[in-house]
Design a binder for this molecule. Structure first.
Ligand code: C5P
Length: 222
């Protein structure tokens, strides 16, 4: 028998990179395949959740049973997430560009061929932090990701507090995680840290889905 423990739960998840235009042909972005976020969207949908995947540009197909909203910039991603609320869970997996060009040129920048050029950057909104501080509209469970190369546990625990989210899933990216198919992970909650051994992204996704389902089966906690 197939168990669908997240039936009736609405989950909004971000994935992929954001793309911040400089002019009509150029942009700033982050390296992100979107694989981990898409894998999580798929396992959540398999568990019966109503999943809205807010995705930056990726080469991936829409996971079965998932509603995808395509966006490019961080500001568009934040707007799409806010429009998709209310939700029971928000999961921020996207590799959001921290900065965007202060001005977007409507014409292709030609410029003189100088040895140096500068683009003024301004800070993008922090989507995870914004959703974690929404007050009454805040999803019951807010989960962030952290990619760390050293002091993974301490850095991720500090990030959990700084962002105001409930859980952080930290990846050790000192190996070849970015764009690869396997991750080692550490789940940090208020009470504990759980080490998850290196496993394919689909297994990490299933584990996270199981943890979320467990939380919702004990209504008083979180
Ligand atoms: O601060 P840092 O980028 O390391 O935080 C990573 C976490 O925050 C991820 O969950 C990412 O999706 C989220 N994030 C976000 N908006 C940003 C920057 C990061 O939602 N502008």
């Amino acid at each position: 028998m197939i168990t669908r423990p997240l039936t009736g739960k609405r989950i909004v998840i971000t994935a992929g990179p954001t793309l911040e235009p400089i002019d009509p042909v150029r942009f700033l972005s982050n390296r992100s395949s979107g694989k981990q976020g898409y894998a999580i969207a798929q396992t959540l949908a398999n568990a019966g959740a109503d999943v809205i995947l807010v995705s930056g540009p990726t080469a991936l197909d829409v996971p079965e049973g998932v509603q995808r909203i395509d966006v490019e910039s961080a500001r568009d991603m934040l707007h799409a997430v806010e429009s998709a609320l209310p939700a029971d869970v928000f999961i921020a997996v996207a590799a959001v560009a921290d900065w965007r060009p202060a001005e977007v040129s409507s014409r292709k920048l030609k410029g003189e061929k100088t040895a140096r050029a500068a683009i003024e950057l301004v800070e993008n909104p922090d989507i995870l932090k914004t959703i974690a501080h929404l007050g009454a509209r805040r999803p019951r469970l807010v989960i962030g990701f952290a990619a760390e190369t050293h002091d993974v546990e301490a850095e991720a625990a500090a990030k959990r507090k700084r962002k105001g989210c409930d859980w952080i899933l930290a990846n050790d990216v000192s190996g070849d995680v970015m764009g690869g198919d396997a991750n080692a992970a550490l789940l940090i909650t208020e009470e504990q840290s759980e080490h998850w051994p290196r496993a394919p992204k689909g297994e990490i996704a299933q584990r996270l889905t199981d943890r979320i389902a467990r939380l919702f089966s004990t209504p008083a906690s979180c």
